[in-house]
Each structure stands twice: as structure tokens, then as C-alpha cells.
Design a protein around this ligand. Sequence first.
Ligand code: PMP
Length: 354
Amino acid sequence: MALAKSVPKTLLPGRASCDIPRMKKSTWDLVGNTPLVEIESLSKLTGGRIFAKCEFMNPGGSVKDRAAKFIIDEAEKSGALKPGGTIVEGSAGNTGIGLAMLAAARGYKTIVTIPDNQAQEKYAILEALGAEVRKVKPVPFANTDHFYHQAKRISEETPGAFWANQFENLANLKAHEEGTGAEIWEDTAGRIDVFTCAVGTGGTMGGVSRSLKSRAAAAGRDVRTILADPEGSGLFSYKKTGVIQSSGSSVTEGIGIMRITANFAAAKIDDAIRILDTEMIDMLFHLARYEGLFVGTSAALNVMAAYKLAMTEKGSGKTFVTILCDHGSRYQSKLLSETWRKEKGLEPVPLGTR
Ligand code: PMP
């Protein structure tokens, strides 16, 4: 695109708070404070209360806007990121989008390394936000060409660059400890019983689990935290046996890892549940058709986990909470293609009929 690489300095917004109450100064102020919605059909089916946090309502469209905001904020404060600098990150897309969005509003450049098998919508959004997109082959983490290692290298070779490092940078977890988790506690009036979600970096699970556990302990009770893991990820077996092992693969994006990151290591997790892609796709279209919620694949997997957990204690009346990480439109070239679904063996059927 024949546009300038970054916003001219004269157009950058000031940092003072907006002088009109209730008005937001910039995209920066739109991150977080997302609503919790009841998935009523699932509450009825399970005899529990199933709630999901609408993270797709963040300005960059995903839960990762929160991590991006805290990472940039901390890097500015520590001096690691200087005015006019370049933010470099390896991402399955959403963190890159969050960073590029906030970087655009603050005059930074963004370079994103991203596997070349992600939904094409993500590359298009990154480019629209002015990020430099470097597609890389999807390879195991041990391979030095993995997007993570490439991002690190690029940051070392680029003058004025800052590597966001969402996997190891605990500003990621902090965003969810101070934000997501605290909001869930407030919005359920402390009546949450079970929290479940999948792990990409572990930031969401790390921060939310810590936040909920400490608040519950202060109130003299407990909140159970359950990791939801797709096939191809080693965390389910790690939680069950202590060994990182996986089998199969998953079409979900942004979740499932084969190593213990700093953000994951800090999480307080009680147990784990495995969710298959077939279960995920059934829930994805259930949510679209019966709730009007067209969400992404990790979000659907999360809700399936909450539903299955509620089903194991059917009629409990307990409150289950999970995360709607992003919106289905981010994956429409895949999800809404019958050819793609058939090729992957993922034609949805009504819940419980498979
Ligand atoms: N869902 C999607 C769509 C994501 O992009 C990510 C982040 N990679 C996650 C879930 C996982 O979130 P976290 O990194 O906080 O574990």
C-alpha cells in the first residue's frame, strides 16, 4: 500500500484524558471492560449457569488486545520502547493485531512474524493496520525458524526495536490478573464456581486463575480452574501426568503449545480437559445458530469445555465462566467454506448427536 509507514507526529493523539466525560481518547482506552454474557441455551441444557466473556468486543477484536496494551505500556515505562521505535512480535495473529493497532495510535512501527497457515483475514487486518507481515513456515518450536525465534532475531537486528515476547513477558499475565480476572469476579458478584479456557501463551489462564483464586480465598471459598486443551497440544498430558506429550492436531488458531512458558508456569490450574475439533465445531455452530454468537475456534473450544464440565455435574446450578477470545469473522474464509470443512472432516452436527 502506498501509505506512510507510520502516522505523522503532528497527527499523534496527546496522552491527556479526554475532556468530555464518557468519551474515549483513543483506541488505547477501548481495551478491556468487556461484558459477560449468559449462554442461555447451555444453562438450560446443563442446569448450571454458563457465562462467557466477550473479548471479541475489544477494539482489535480479541483477548490479546489486553496483553498488547500492558506489554507496550510497561515497555514505554521501562524505556525498552522509545518514541518512533519498532515493536517486533511472533504471533498467531491476534497479538500482532493488538500491537499493530496500539502502535498505530502511538506512532510505533510493527513487524509481525506469523505462521503461513493462519486464516487469511489475520494477514489482511495486520496489513491494514500498517504492520509489516513476515509469513513463516509453521515448524516446531525447536526449529530455529519458528516464528518465535525469528521475531527475536529480527528485534536484535533492527535498530530501535523492542521484542514484545508475549510468551515470557509477564506483562501479558498482569493484563489478565488486573483486568480480565478482576472483571469476571466483579461481574459474577464473586459467585463464579468454575473457570475454564485454553492456553496459547498462558497469559489469560495465568492472570485470570491467579486473580480468581486470590479473590475467592479472601472470601473463604474456592474457584476451580480447568485448562481446556486442543489435540496437538502437550498441556493436557502435562497437567495429568507431568509429561508434555501430544497426539493429533487441531484447526484451532492461537492455542495449544508444547512447552511451559513463564505465563503458563505462573497459572494456578486444578485440572485439564481435552476438547476435540469435532466437539469445537459443533459448539461453534450451536452458538451461531442458537445464541447469535459467531465466534472463533478457540472461543468455541472454550465454551465446549464449560459445557462439558457443567454436564459432568448436571443440575448443579453452579456458575461456569469462559472466554470468547475472538470473533468468527476472523476465520470466515475457513469456517464458512464447505470445502474447507469437508476437507477437515468438520461438518457440524447438533450438540450431543455425534
Ligand atoms: N485464542 C486466540 C484466538 C488467540 O489468538 C490466543 C492467543 N494466542 C488465545 C486464544 C490464547 O490466549 P493466551 O495467549 O492468553 O493463552
